[in-house]
Write a new protein. Structure first.
Length: 304
């Protein structure tokens, strides 16, 4: 047996669902299943009872899971101590960011950070929240700007920062494109392009909830994964999309971004952005980045 096999065993035991456990560990379900089978073969026992509808621990699995959990926790603690030692003299900060943070927050933050700390290099990885969080847990990233998930790993700290403003992306020849703002009711008959919920639950749910609150059915014509793809589909006339205001920096031709207002005629700010980082890892370089962030957060939030 090895540590990855034990980690997979513990994740499935916690979730009692191979798909959710695989997502939590940033693995394909088939790979996670293979690690669990290898562990079962090395131990000579079945750890789970699997059916087409459910997963449950066997008596042996239930007896072993806490010991496996302690081994994983101890191994992670050892890795944390090693990372703490290495970070004390680090001159590089590894940052992850979702796409809208990469387009909006990071350029301002990194400009301010570089002025204060020109000797520290910053490496950036842009990806979805579900892929950035496992990299934080494994030590491949030091800090990430993400949408805070509903279910959060206790090893990570999530610090709320701001809420991004929503706008409607529409073709420049659309009847509403010259409006200074729109309400959800103005979009009653529109075909909508939404993000895939598995990878972007906050953005997907925002569209659905806004229409539900207005008592209007949402006519979904297309789901897409990437912001650039969504904007390109809008440009092609396949529908409208509710996106973070920072998406407008993509600069797509033939697309206009119009503010969308709530029932009280105020901008809709419901897309949360948080700073995530390992809870028990002391990192002076990350601390300097967060200090710069806090000092300028009001200005960043005004642009969100």
């Amino acid at each position: 047996m090895d540590l990855q096999q034990l980690r997979c065993f513990v994740a499935v035991a916690d979730e009692l669902h191979f798909g959710r456990a695989a997502q939590r560990l940033d693995l394909l379900p088939a790979a996670l299943g293979r690690f669990v089978r290898l562990l079962e073969e090395s131990l000579g026992v079945d750890l789970f009872v699997r059916t087409t509808r459910s997963v449950a621990l066997t008596a042996v699995g239930a007896d072993l899971v806490e010991q496996a959990r302690r081994i994983v926790v101890d191994a992670d603690a050892l890795a944390v101590r090693a990372r703490v030692q290495s970070r004390m003299t680090a001159t590089t900060l590894r940052i992850g960011a979702i796409d809208s943070a990469g387009a909006g927050l990071l350029p301002m933050l990194l400009q301010d950070f570089r002025m204060a700390h020109p000797d520290i290099a910053v490496q950036i990885v842009e990806d979805k929240t579900i892929r950035l969080l496992p990299r934080l847990l494994s030590g491949r990233l030091d800090l990430a700007f993400v949408r805070p998930p509903d279910h959060r790993d206790a090893a990570l700290h999530f610090e709320p920062l701001l809420h991004e403003t929503a706008v409607v992306a529409m073709p420049t020849d659309h009847r509403l494109a010259r409006s200074t703002s729109v309400a959800v009711a103005d979009l009653a008959d529109a075909l909508l392009i939404v993000p895939d919920r598995r990878s972007r639950p906050h953005s997907h749910d925002l569209t659905i909830k806004l229409f539900a609150e207005a008592g209007i059915p949402a006519h979904i014509s297309q789901a897409a994964d990437e912001k650039q793809t969504i904007v390109n589909l809008v440009a092609a006339g396949l529908g409208l999309a509710i996106v973070p205001r920072w998406t407008s920096t993509i600069g797509a031709q033939s697309v206009t971004f119009v503010p969308i207002l709530s029932a009280s005629s105020t901008p809709i700010r419901r897309l949360p952005l948080a700073a995530a980082y390992p809870r028990d890892v002391r990192d002076p370089v990350r601390g300097m980045m967060l200090e710069t962030l806090h000092r300028n957060l009001e200005r960043y939030a005004a642009s969100a």
